[in-house]
Structure formats: C-alpha cells, structure tokens
Design a protein around this ligand. Sequence first.
Ligand code: ATP
Ligand code: MG
Length: 449
Amino acid sequence: MDSQPSTSAEIIPLRPRPRIYTRSEHPISRKFISESALKVLYRLDKAGFQAYLVGGSVRDLLLGREPKDFDIATDALPEQVRELFRNCRLIGRRFRLAHVQFGNEIIEVATFRAAHDGETDGAAVTDDGRILRDNVYGTLDDDVWRRDFTVNALYYNIADFSIVDYVGGVEDLRAGRLRLIGQPEKRYREDPVRLLRAIRFATKLGFAMDSATLASIPKLRHLLESIAPARLFDEMLKLFLGGVGHQTFAALRHHSLFHCLFPLTDDALDSPDGEFAIRLIACALANTDARIAQDKPITPAFLFAALLWQNVEEAVAGLQANGVPMTEAMQLAADTVISKQVARIAMPRRFTNVTREIWALQPRLVKHIVKRAPRLTEHPRFRAAYDFLLLRAEAGDPVTEAAEWWTNYLAADEGGRAQLLENTRGTSKPRRHRRQRRRGGTANSPGGG
Ligand code: ATP
Ligand code: MG
C-alpha cells in the first residue's frame, strides 16, 4: 500500500521510514540474549518467518541491564508458531499469544498486530476511546504503533542483528526520556493502564517523562477507575514487586495515582495517624525491595498487610470502643477492609488469607503470653507476622518491647528459650489492649531501611 501512488494523501498517510541501527552501531550482543530466546528466534528465521526481539528486553539490553524476560514478535501466525515448537501453548483470547516453554523460562511469541484506529475500525474502540479488541494481524510497521512508549518499541532483528527504530526510541533511550508514541491523551484513553506504566517505567529506568506524556496524567487519572480489578492486581504486582517499589509508591503519590489503587489507604494517609501509616508502608516497601535485591522470596500479602494496617487498626478501635472483644474485632475489621479493597484490586484469596493471618497474629505477638510462645512459633504465618511486628516497631509503633522479646526468643537455643520464658513468667501478664500514642519517626524511616 505504501508504494502505490496516492491521489489523496490525507486518506492514505505516508508512513515514516525506520532508522536501522546496524550491528556495529549498537551494543546488543547475542551473548546477553537467553539461549531459549535465541533458539526461538533462529527457528522462526530458518522457517522463513521474520523474528525480532522486542519490548523490554531490547530496551534493557541497550541500557546494559539484565532483561526480566524475552518477548518475540514475528509475522508467523500463532498456529504456525505452534507447529514449529513442541513445547508451545497458545494462550489468550483477546490477545492470542504463543508461549514456548524451556524449563522455567517462557518465551512469549506474538504475531505482529495492526492498530485499531477509530477511523479504520470503529468497532474495536469504545466511545471513550478504549481499545476492546486487539487481534488483527499486521506487519512490523503496523505493530510498532500500538506499543506504548518509544523505548519499548525497538525491534532486534535476528536476520542481520540490526535494530529497527520507527519512533526515535534509541535517541530517547540515550536521552533518558520516556515518551508515549503518538498523541498521549489518545494513547492513555485507549488503555488507561498506560498511566501506571508511565510511572513504573519512569521510576524503574530513572527516566524523565517527556512534557506531553507527563502533562496528560492529571487530566486523565480518573480513567483508571474503569480498569478491571483483576488487571489492576497484575499491575500492582509490577509496580510494587519490581525492585523499586518504595520509589514507585512515592511517584504514584506524587502524581495522585495512588488513590485509584488504594483509596482506603490514601484516605488513611491524610488522617492524624497518617504519618505513621506512610512510614509503615515505606518501611514495608524498602524491606521488599531489599529482599528482591537479595533474591529472597516475597509475598504481596505482606505488602497488603502494611498498606491496609492503618484502616484495620482504626476499624478495630471503633469496634472495641463498642465492646467487641479483640479477636472478633480484628476479624470483623479485616473482613470489612479486605472486601472494600478487593473491589478495587482483585487480590486472590490465597493472598488475602495470609494478610488476615498476619493481622490476626499481631495482638497475640504483642501480648506474647509466655505459655503459648512455643506453640505460636509453629503457626504457619508466624514468621510473616513476626516480620510485620518488626516493621511496626521500625515505623514507630509502641511494640518495640514485644519485637525485641521475640527477636531474643528466636535467637536463643532451647536452653536460652526456657530461661527466657522463665524470666518473663509473671512479669508479662496479659495486658489490656490500650491504644498508646505513637512515637514520631524513627531515625531510619521513612525509607532508610
Ligand atoms: P518489563 O521489564 O516490566 O517486562 P516490558 O516493556 O517488557 O517491561 P511488558 O508489560 O512485558 O513490558 O510488555 C512487553 C511490551 O509490550 C512492551 O514493551 C510494549 O511494547 C508492549 N505493551 C505492553 N503493554 C502495553 C500497553 N498497555 N499498551 C501498549 N503496549 C504495551
Ligand atoms: Mg516484559
């Protein structure tokens, strides 16, 4: 179509030509690409298809970072990809993709897609500009325009090891600039999750948003309310479990996007105890970031516990003031807070159950009724609950004494523990639960952890 003489250039717009960076003009070497991804690329190429590495992996390799995963774009149809690989599954309805599996590693292979423009295919876009379907196949030259940011729209060609850049992505990478492809407002309306992706990539890459990409955010942030809670859960994991969760939290708050994810939490942050809540969340995120850096396991349940703790505490206090006993108050408060929050972010029950247990164990850990200490440590959620207690102490909650007691208890050998239990017996009677005033910020918070 491009090469046909056109009498009406406004109907058939001329397409820009890509800038090609040859192998000697860029630093991506095959030795940084996973063997599995190379296998897929080569096999597609050998079968006569086009095969490109695309998206985050090209971006990260150009930045000298280790890619999280390797995505491939091709002109082979999903069924054709499946025929080439025995270890291949087709997934997705709205968005048919091939997953080629090598041990733990999954290589995602997507067929080039064409953008749905309101003008060319009104049916795929809602009145407010949102994309509903995205399954019309196209060429690389179609595919590039439906990607979000210029730095995410670079293609590494396995046929000649060049990089294909239609959108000035290489220059933006060099300049540390995050820029939406096309008109930002239109692109955000098509898919409001791009608002969150903008914050995520700017933070993770340390890039500055270009002025138009940035300027549309305040006007459009309400669009996030229309995003399905299940999708927001996926997005929340990427935002907070990507290794820079603490900075991402600050950036989301700065751009007033945090409210759409955690409305209850955001309201609590403005309450009289809000400073404590911010410190607790900051400590939890810093803690999670540190664990990710050390390749230690993490769970979103723990973050959920921190994000909503203030709301739970307030609800518990209200119930207790009405004479509801602690255990029951905690359970009721947890039910209320969690059910409100999952209406926004569909955290699966296997996680929210852990969050509840972490909360439910808090009063038991604070009382540390000596007789029950040994049994409590066997609770499957003891460790997480103890970590949460440490976090509260770090953020300035008056639970330092209990936190230290457990730390000593856990560090002691059998004899030491018996001794500790003996010493504590009598001195620690079950105390009445009283809300004490919190101390101000501790030296290493917020975010110093
Ligand atoms: P990460 O390192 O977090 O995986 P990524 O850039 O690979 O970053 P993915 O979410 O894995 O991000 O998506 C892969 C690619 O698909 C992106 O680089 C982008 O080109 C495209 N893409 C993903 N989500 C969208 C979206 N909502 N709108 C447009 N393009 C998108
Ligand atoms: Mg990716």
